[in-house]
Design a protein around this ligand. Structure first.
Ligand code: PLP
Length: 365
């Protein structure tokens, strides 16, 4: 079997060095004689880890002191409910910028708790982000929600919108820690960890403190940011192992040059794949507008804009034979999707690029 290169969209590849650390620490966590898997979340051992991970998040993103850092169960979708439950009481209405399947899902969830205003015209194509000047923002909204990177459609914001004083809430599940962001421009940032920063089960939430203390009375405690902040993210037994892995991945990012280095690598990797798509004269087709093409998830079709089923199947089969796996596009959109998160190396992307070139040459004769 060839060496495997995992381009899956999530749960996604973790850095090899992190596995080495996990293997070493698995049965004896930091000299305690037992595994973290069987350690109480109320021990100094776990509280030290909890604080250590909050510190690395703060350092990597330069999180200002008036933002709280939470580790919550329920993944990204848990926060789809938590966001309205914690914030919509302000005015009963919220703005949603729907740029792909995930922000559409977030908006649908929010409708259970209040009025949702769609800021841009509904579409099912999701290949662009309309210019901010055309957005129908509601000055009375409790908050405005965006998804900074749409994992399925491959649409990534290349700007931070100005929501004119309305708190901006961002789902960063699939591009968290892939580049620096100015946290102070956001009211809340959240994301499931299983793409760029760890494994499934935990959401990292960064919330500005003036947005606490306004949850709806029906908000379950487990989703209430204020309650969870007060208990330092150990209200109940948290997904400790997922939190631990996230911490080790974040420390790996820090040791490897931090977010500027991750951003430089992401640009190199994505440019390689988009470059081949461009040079193929339409053999490969990337549907997303160039300025908002994701550097994390690169969806494309083969043969035509709609995709040639036989060619796409052959591409995937040939890729697997070379160890290039999990390249099948999401079932809602079909085609191919290459995810090039932080842990995927340039060398691995070069393998994929070479295969794409060879496949194109073979079929364009
Ligand atoms: N938001 C985005 C952008 C995602 O890609 C995903 C999952 O793929 C989610 C939210 C949902 O995350 P979870 O599966 O952790 O609930």
């Amino acid at each position: 079997m060839p060496k495997v290169h995992n381009f899956g969209a999530g749960p996604a590849k973790l850095p090899e060095e992190v596995y080495e650390i996990i293997r070493k620490e698995l049965t004896d966590f930091e000299g305690s004689g037992i595994s973290l898997l069987e350690t109480s979340h109320r021990t100094p051992t776990y509280m030290n880890l909890n604080n250590e991970i909050q510190d690395v998040v703060r350092r990597l993103l330069d999180v200002p002191a008036n933002y709280k850092i939470l580790f919550l169960a329920g993944g990204g979708q848990g926060q789809f409910a938590a966001v309205p439950l914690n914030l919509i009481s302000r005015t009963g209405t919220a703005d949603y910028v729907v740029t792909g399947a995930w922000s559409a899902k977030a908006a649908k969830e929010a409708k259970k708790y209040g009025k949702v205003n769609l800021v841009i015209p509904p579409t099912d194509k999701y290949v662009d982000i309309p210019h901010e000047s055309t957005w129908n923002l509601d000055p009375n909204a409790s908050y405005a929600h965006i998804c900074t990177n749409e994992t399925i459609h491959g649409v990534e914001f290349d700007f931070i919108p100005d929501t004119k004083g309305v708190p901006l809430v961002a789902d960063m599940s699939s591009n968290f820690m892939s580049k620096k962001v100015d946290v102070s421009k956001f009211g809340v940032i959240y994301g499931g960890a299983q793409k760029n920063i760890g494994t499934s089960g935990v959401a990292l939430v960064i919330v500005r403190e003036d947005l606490l203390n306004q949850a709806l009375p029906i908000c379950p405690s487990i989703l209430d940011w204020t309650v969870n902040h007060k208990s330092n993210s150990i209200l109940n037994t948290p997904p400790m192992f997922a939190i631990y892995i996230m911490g080790r991945v974040l420390q790996w990012i820090e040791r490897n040059g931090g977010l500027d280095e991750m951003a430089a690598r992401a640009t190199k990797k994505a440019s390689l794949i988009y470059g081949i798509i461009e040079e193929s004269n339409g053999f490969y087709y990337a549907p997303v507008a160039k300025n908002v093409r994701s550097k994390m998830n690169i969806p494309f079709r083969i043969g035509s804009a709609e995709g040639n089923d036989a060619l796409e199947k052959e591409f995937l089969k040939g890729a697997e034979a070379l160890g290039l796996i999990q390249l099948k596009g999401h079932r809602d959109v079909g085609g191919i999707r290459a995810s090039t998160y932080n842990a995927v190396t340039l060398e691995e992307v070069e393998h994929l690029a070479q295969y794409m070139r060879d496949f194109y040459k073979k079929h364009s004769k």
